[in-house]
Design a protein around this ligand. Structure first.
Ligand code: KIV
Length: 272
């Protein structure tokens, strides 16, 4: 039970059972109450991720690095207030867990205490294992994140597909096994070859959720604003658009402007 007293329907245990049954897991991002309510109303969304992509989508930053722990907690609180069914996972932001495991635990505890989310996610394998271990030892479920790790963009210098060569692919496979062994309840794989995604999913027993990691993993995640077509400048190969909200919104805004300018809005039924 979360500290708000609500029992969410999806648990880490249920996700494991889904993998065992071969039932695919659907995950979407949310950063605010209204979007999270609509996502959760579409029953069948298993996980809502309060991603640090909020830095890009909500605040317009070029990378995910600037978002702070306080800002992530604010977004998480808004999402948690809305979600009744899905499991809510919150990203530990850049700088809140890489320093040492004590700092990582303190950050994870703040997220859990102040937002009442269900779990945290962090990027990295072997390098962050101490932090993962310490967070797990406090009873906080952890999702790992390997492949393209946007918090390391300054190291990579590019957002292109990761782990295409043998060396990086075998490190990723090893990291996935380490994270599973440590006790992570799930793993997110971002932008890697589909064959590697499928290989990881077969090798480890915990659910593997992909974004640009092919169809051989146990579930998929997309950034909601991208799949709704609100951001037409971002068109990676893995992105399927399910709506054209940007066009719908532009049309609505220009109709409103037209009506205000012409004096058509408000009419007699829209005034007191
Ligand atoms: O922050 C985020 O949105 C993510 C994506 C990979 C889903 O981690």
């Amino acid at each position: 039970m979360s500290v708000t007293g609500k029992n969410r329907v999806v648990t880490t245990h249920k996700l494991m059972e889904m993998k065992q049954r071969g039932e695919k897991i659907a995950m979407l991002t949310a950063y605010d109450y209204t979007m999270a309510s609509i996502i959760d109303e579409a029953l069948g969304v298993d996980i809502v991720l309060v991603g640090d992509s909020a830095a890009n989508i909500m605040a317009g930053h070029e990378t995910t690095l600037p978002i702070t722990l306080d800002q992530m907690i604010y977004h998480a609180q808004s999402v948690v207030r809305a979600v009744r069914n899905a499991l809510v996972i919150v990203d530990l932001p850049f700088g809140s867990y890489q320093g040492n495991s004590k700092e990582a635990l303190a950050s994870a505890i703040r997220i859990m205490k102040e937002s009442a989310a269900d779990a945290v996610k962090l990027e990295g394998g072997e390098e962050v294992l101490d932090s993962v271990r310490r967070i797990l030892s406090a009873g906080i479920p952890v999702m790992g994140h390997l492949g393209l790790m946007p918090q390391s963009i300054n190291k990579y210098g590019t957002y292109t597909v990761r782990a295409k060569d043998e060396h990086e692919a075998s490190k990723l496979l090893n990291d996935a096994q380490l994270l599973e062994h440590e006790g992570c309840f799930a793993l997110l794989l971002e932008k890697i070859p589909a064959t590697l995604g499928a290989q990881v999913s077969k090798k480890i027993a915990i659910p593997v959720i992909g974004i640009g990691a092919g169809g051989g993993v146990d579930g998929q995640v997309l950034v909601s604003h991208d799949m709704l077509g609100m951001n037409k400048n971002f068109s990676p190969r893995f992105l399927r658009r399910y709506a054209n909200l940007k066009e719908n919104m532009l049309e609505a805004f220009s109709n409103y402007i037209k009506d205000v300018k012409s004096g058509d809005f408000p009419n007699n039924n829209e005034e007191y």
